[in-house]
Design a binder for this molecule. Structure first.
Ligand code: HEC
Length: 135
């Protein structure tokens, strides 16, 4: 959810609080985020700074923040709002993109997403195979 914000304001943490230090979509992420999770070795209010070679927020047309499961479901199937992906490319992004993989290896002091990326891939494939319907 924090990777798919609906406004220019970035979010953090399980409670989706505003990003601290203050940064917006237009701020250069690489000013602070490097190509990997960086563990701090000194006292701070957080234990690591997340990182990845392509660290960025999803484009605004792919926002999930504030949307229902049904709305997100219809959006991720819509090539106008999913980066022009077919269902098989959508599966590729969710099941194999190493930026998505960050969610399960978020670094010190952050809770990983539930399950695993492999399990997500299986679930998305089963959803596609049964018609990719939305609630
Ligand atoms: C001025 C430095 C700085 C800039 C610029 C910056 N960040 Fe951050 N970001 C941080 C720090 C430090 C943290 C960890 C803070 C914490 O956990 O309290 C963080 C954490 C995050 C998280 C939190 C992940 C979670 O645990 O929920 C996200 C998402 C994020 N940044 C996205 C971005 C994006 C996208 C950009 C560029 C558009 C960006 N940041 C630019 C310093 C920055």
């Amino acid at each position: 959810m924090n990777c798919h914000p609906a406004t220019d304001r970035l979010l953090q943490g399980n409670d989706k609080h505003p990003h601290r230090p203050v940064a917006t979509r237009d701020t250069l992420c690489v000013t602070c985020h490097t190509d990997r999770n960086f563990t701090l070795h000194e006292e701070a209010s957080y234990r690591s700074i997340p990182g990845h070679p392509r660290w960025m927020a999803a484009p605004i047309e792919m926002a999930w923040e504030g949307k229902s499961v049904g709305e997100i479901c219809r959006q991720i199937k819509d090539p106008d709002r999913n980066g022009g992906r077919s269902l098989s490319l959508l599966h590729e992004h969710l099941a194999h993109d190493d930026l998505v993989a960050w969610g399960w290896q978020p670094g010190a002091g952050r809770d990983p997403a539930p399950g695993s990326q492999a399990l997500l891939g299986e679930l998305v494939q089963a959803w596609i195979d049964t018609g990719a319907l939305c609630p």
